[in-house]
Design a protein around this ligand. Structure first.
Ligand SMILES: [Zn+2]
Length: 451
């Protein structure tokens, strides 16, 4: 309790009162500590950072960068707790299959499985010692405030984990529902739980809009994540739910940004160190410039030290915020926006199939899948293009997706094609999901035989 209070006060102090110099001093100290620990406890870093020393942030930028492939290739040597990759992967996959989300791995770790955007599965370890501190981080940086207590949150995501469960504390109750839950059931649960904060990806919230009038409790906040929150969505959610709508920017790699009291996103400079580069590989320090590289270092997770990790996302910085915080403000996030694909249910009602779920079914089918693209040209057929060796069997994947859809009471013709996928040179323009149907009407009954 005292620890949580200290965390909360410190996090608030950093964001509100740190000036630029203090932020840099704090980051440099945290980076030194992290690199020292990584060199001591991680066989991978012991080797790669053997001769690494740095006196300034500029020096730090010269250290080698890593990416998800490197991290996963060296996983067992990479982490600082001697965790074995195959064992962790088996545990993570089993949990997903059995929807057995709660509990710690070896009683000490939360293991997250992410498909990310590079086509490979990623494993992310968070120690229990850190997840237990999440409530304070959530209250300080989650888009809610002390004045909102008590919080009764409805939290929606593809999967759940003990890490989210640990947010439950006196005054904070979190109820989880999968993003595949029927919207009516979501509203019903919100009424039963007297939910006052709704947390869900924007694509899910869009499907709740027509039912918002059935909510009994007024909401104190709507918080979105996992996809870009467009200005249009934000305005509409705000007018329908009659409350503030904010976005948090969280990745498997770290809690990258949180909204301030003005609702603007600021980088969590004390939790992650973010480097942005332009096409000449020069550090971006001015607002409104679109870069080509984003490199992050997680300052708080020492179990799996992510030191100069290349992200696929990109952000554009904004002018200083009227809230007065010196934490860099984000104008927009690029490269996370996936389109939603659709399928009919057994009552011939059109319902969304969320991209993260579809991606998961595809990616976990085989390690031979290098990249994929899902294109929906009409309401009956979902085309899945797979970049894989010629030996790859498309019929198995077709069955897998159809079967997985049926589990959610949905069906569609799945067409799987195997062949090389042309990736644009600028990988941020590559879209994995393309829905070519204009404004599908998801609330009326339609026959799948006569769309
Ligand atoms: Zn602000």
């Amino acid at each position: 309790m005292i620890r949580a209070l200290i965390d909360f006060v410190r996090l608030n102090h950093h964001r509100k009162h740190f000036n630029q110099k203090q932020i840099e001093t704090y980051q440099l100290k945290a980076l030194h500590k992290l690199v020292h620990l990584a060199k001591d406890k991680s066989p991978y870093y012991k080797e790669t950072l053997k001769d690494a020393t740095f006196q300034s942030l500029d020096d730090f930028h010269k250290l080698p960068s890593i990416n998800k492939t490197i991290m996963m290739d060296h996983f067992s040597n990479f982490n600082t707790c001697g965790l074995n990759k195959e064992d962790c992967m088996a545990d993570a996959l089993r949990r997903e299959q059995e929807k057995d989300y709660l509990g710690y791995y070896q009683k000490k770790f939360v293991i997250g499985l992410s498909s990310g955007t590079s086509g490979n599965k990623g494993l992310y370890i968070t120690p229990k010692a850190l997840t237990k501190r999440l409530p304070a981080v959530f209250l300080a940086r989650g888009g809610v405030g002390l004045r909102d207590l008590p919080l009764r949150i409805l939290f929606m995501l593809r999967v759940f984990s003990q890490g989210f469960e640990d947010i439950n504390q006196p005054g904070v109750k979190l109820t989880y529902l999968s993003t595949m839950t029927n919207p009516r059931e979501v509203i019903q649960t919100m009424n039963e739980e007297r939910t006052n904060v709704l947390m869900a990806p924007p694509s899910m919230i869009r499907f709740l809009l027509p039912l918002a009038k059935d909510l009994i409790m007024p909401l104190k906040r709507v918080i979105t994540y996992a996809e870009v929150l467009t200005k249009e969505d934000k305005a509409q959610f705000k007018s329908v739910f009659k409350t503030d709508v904010v976005e948090i920017y969280q990745a498997s790699e770290g809690q990258i940004a949180s909204p301030c009291r003005h609702g603007h996103l600021h980088i969590n400079e004390d939790l992650v160190y973010v480097e942005l580069y332009d096409h000449n590989n020069q550090l971006i320090q001015t607002p409104h410039m679109i870069g080509t590289r984003m490199v992050i270092t997680n300052l708080v997770n020492t179990t799996q030290p992510l030191i100069r990790y290349e992200m696929n996302d990109l952000i554009v910085l904004d002018d200083p915020c009227p809230c007065g915080s010196s934490f860099r403000r984000i104008e927009k996030i690029l490269g996370r926006h996936d389109d939603v694909i659709y399928a009919f249910d057994s009552k011939d009602v059109l319902r969304p199939v969320f991209p993260d779920l579809l991606a998961r079914w595809i990616i976990t089918e085989s390690d031979d899948i290098r990249e994929f693209q899902v294109v929906q040209q009409d309401l009956l057929t979902i085309n899945v293009k797979i970049d894989a060796p010629k030996t790859f069997d498309p019929s198995r994947l077709k069955k897998r997706i159809e079967h997985a859809l049926l589990e959610y009471d949905q069906h569609a013709n799945i067409v799987v094609q195997v062949g090389p996928l042309e990736l644009p040179k600028d990988k941020n323009k590559y879209k994995r999901f393309i829905c070519q149907i204009d404004h599908p009407d998801v609330h009326s009954h339609r026959s799948p035989h006569n769309p």
